[in-house]
Design a protein around this ligand. Structure first.
Ligand code: F6R
Length: 614
């Protein structure tokens, strides 16, 4: 999703900005742009619908040079995908880049039109450029102009503004969307994501909500929206976030699917001590143990794949501990009233830690009574959710580039399961062998996933070729495998562009059975577990209506094949780790269909990796 960068230096910043754009690519975008002020104070802007590489080529050809500049990756929210909607937006000598949305842009546009401003784009962002221009005419100073403008804007945003008449400073402001300042020697940078800057600086300042920064080559001044000067200590981070390469894989998605066995193996190594007891080095603060013992309920909030992981977490918390657990989609959680039960813990689950809806939910929870604390389970250690939550646990899946989550999902599930076992142990008066048994089960998981990845053609090819030209698919599951059906359906929608719907297998007879005919493929997840007999009933309901059925199951389960029922028999997986394992066949299925259809699965249409708007 949109990413912004700014640079001011004593050397040419074009390459730095372009490199930053490359590094922001993984967030997902549909157009890019850059503005530079050259040695003669001339503003130079280049925009491109397409990839950073196209902009890069264009700029090399034009031999642009400048020591101050701003750049942007756009993921369209207001106005179609076109060059004139791409950022930076310009109002005479003012140029701006913007991440987020301006809710009152229509009113502002009407007001600006009355002041004779012309609009060249359909975006909400262009009003910011004109408003700053209007204000600089009054008080000549970019910082003061931005201070006035932020009071007029309603919405969630981060912006960087540049004035070509005064190429000695950039002014940036944010409400909700992240913004980080990278501190160099005789040069400073701004970006919406540390990834964009981690190859050039090691010291950072985080701009917080409702703050403005004036950034020059040698200085950074931070002010609150109400004008107070703010002292902020810089933080040092030497984590050079190398953007991983695809290696020999065709897509990041493929690479990330194949990385899963190793990630789980590492998680086991990291989270179990030599006596096979679980420990979380990220939770060293002794208060959290007290909270885990005192808490009476858990509220998980997340979006998309992370929500699906949270759903599995709910089953696990309620099966293996005495704590009740609710899960809610973050975009719903943040927009309704709540009754929070006594002594609750809020858990946010997120790969990126920058998802706007999940951040809103966390922010809302801070004003709600009865939460003991917030805990983020996240894959990005310097993300907003990690910084702003009381406690955090890392899922350690490594940087995920492909827009559709794969390895981050199985890492979230593994982490959740470990957390459940850890909390169970803390709360149990008489300790049992749960952790040690879990260790033994988890140890087998990487091998099973590896085996499936090696043999998937033999096991799954007929399913892949049967489904590849279908428009609709139903996926059914029960219990802790229902969220796996949800995740499977999400993968098919996202990267294979197939309309896939997940249903509780037991709900079939309450409606979806009407869809069953010879044409719509139905996949049912039938692991070997305590509710297999119920799943068998659901299988019979479909068979007796001549539905086109695919049963993904275990070698211990015998189900008769016929011309309408096909069996994908996987390995004997222990019940406790089974949801983690069963996520993988769906990743393989969606990935292979996308491959057949020649879909750029790392960048599925209309989607972005980091969803930073609500
Ligand atoms: C699906 C996918 C999305 C994300 C969702 C939340 O493959 O990747 O549904 O899961 O946008 O993102 P995070 O986990 O970063 O909060």
């Amino acid at each position: 999703m949109c990413g912004i960068i700014g640079a001011i230096s004593q050397r040419n910043v074009v390459k730095t900005l372009i490199n930053g754009l490359y590094r922001l690519e993984y967030r997902g975008y549909d157009s890019v742009g850059l503005a530079i002020v050259d040695e003669n104070s001339k503003l130079f802007r280049v925009r491109e619908v397409g990839k950073t590489i196209d902009l890069d080529k264009k700029i090399q050809h034009l031999a642009v040079f400048g020591k101050i500049g701003i750049a942007h990756t756009r993921w369209a929210t207001h106005g179609k995908l076109s060059e004139r909607n791409a950022h930076p937006h310009v109002s005479d000598y003012i140029s701006i880049v913007h991440n987020g949305t301006i809710e009152n842009y229509r009113e502002l546009k009407t007001w600006l039109r009355k002041k004779k401003y012309l609009f060249f784009s359909e975006t909400d962002s262009e009003v910011i450029a004109h408003l700053i221009h209007w204000e600089t005419q009054r008080n000549k100073n970019l910082l003061r102009a931005v201070q006035k403008v932020v009071l007029m804007l309603h919405g969630n945003y981060s912006i960087i503004a540049m004035d070509s008449r005064d190429p000695k400073r950039l002014v940036s402001a944010r409400t909700f969307n992240p913004l980080i300042i990278g501190l160099g020697k005789g040069e400073n940078f701004l970006a919406s994501d540390q990834v964009a800057l981690s190859s050039i600086v090691e010291r950072f300042l985080h701009l917080k909500k409702n703050e403005i920064a004036e950034v020059s080559k040698n200085d950074v001044k931070i002010l609150s929206f109400d004008g107070r000067l703010i002292e902020r200590r810089d933080v040092s981070s030497q984590i050079y976030q190398e953007i991983p390469t695809k290696g020999l894989y065709r897509y990041y998605m493929e690479k990330e699917i194949y990385e899963q066995p190793e990630i789980i193996e590492e998680l086991i190594k990291d989270r179990f001590d030599s006596k096979n007891n679980i420990f979380f080095s990220d939770l060293e603060d002794s208060r959290i143990e007290e909270i885990f013992i005192k808490m009476e309920s858990i509220q998980i909030v997340a979006c998309g794949t992370s929500y699906n992981a949270g759903m599995v977490g709910k089953y696990w918390f309620e099966s293996f501990t005495d704590i009740s657990c609710n899960v809610e989609i973050a975009s719903e959680y943040c927009c309704r009233n709540h009754v929070i039960s006594r002594n609750s813990l809020l858990i946010t689950l997120s790969q990126s830690g920058e998802t706007a809806d999940t951040i809103s939910a966390l922010n809302l929870s801070k004003n709600l009574k009865n939460y003991l604390a917030s805990l983020a389970i996240c894959n990005v250690s310097n993300s907003y959710l990690v910084r702003e939550s009381d406690f955090s646990i890392m899922t350690k899946a490594g940087m995920e580039i492909s827009v559709a989550s794969s390895k981050s999902f199985t890492a979230q599930l593994t982490t959740l399961l470990l957390l459940v076992a850890y909390i169970r142990n803390l709360r149990k008066k008489s300790k049992d062998s749960f952790q040690k048994d879990l260790f033994l089960s988890l140890k087998k998981l990487p091998k099973y996933i590896e085996k499936l990845l090696l043999n998937h053609q033999e096991k799954m090819n007929f399913l892949i070729s049967d489904l590849f030209d279908k428009r609709n698919v139903l996926i059914l599951g029960r219990g802790d495998h229902f969220p796996i059906a949800l995740e499977g359906a999400l993968k098919l929608k996202e990267i294979a562009y197939i309309h896939a719907e997940a249903n509780y297998a037991g709900e079939l007879k309450h409606g979806p059975l009407a869809l069953v005919d010879k044409k719509i493929p139905i996949i049912i997840i039938a692991p070997y577990n305590g509710i297999l007999s119920k799943i068998r009933l659901n299988i019979e309901e479909i068979r007796s209506r001549r539905g086109m059925l695919y049963v993904i199951t275990d070698e211990r389960v015998s189900i008769q094949e016929d011309d309408q029922t096909k069996i994908i028999s996987l390995f004997d997986i222990e019940e406790i780790i089974s949801p983690i394992f069963y996520a993988v066949p769906f990743q393989i299925l969606a990935y292979n269909i996308a491959l057949f259809k020649n879909i750029d699965m790392d960048h599925p249409r209309n989607l972005a990796k980091s969803v930073t708007v609500e």
